[in-house]
Design a protein. Structure first.
Length: 80
């Protein structure tokens, strides 16, 4: 994992943790499935992460509330 990607992932985790306490109209990871197509803030605890360096786009997956393979909500951060 490159230094930039580590910094980006750390920032994303920090934003998720901060937004959990500050978003007025936020949704839990479990509630998000009822709001597909809407703009919303989804909050949850990042419990597992995976950087797929050998996959197209070098994605990083952040799983909220439950680790893979039982994740509730997954955030995908694409590489460069």
């Amino acid at each position: 994992m490159t230094g930039f990607r580590k910094l980006w992932v750390a920032a994303a985790i920090g934003v998720l943790l901060v937004s959990q306490g500050h978003a007025d109209n936020s949704l839990s990871a479990a509630e998000a499935k009822k709001h597909i197509g809407e703009n919303a803030t989804v909050c949850g605890l990042v419990v597992s992460a995976h950087f797929a360096a050998n996959s197209r786009g070098e994605p990083t997956f952040l799983n909220l509330d439950e680790p893979y393979p039982n994740q509730i909500f997954t955030i995908v951060i694409l590489g460069e």
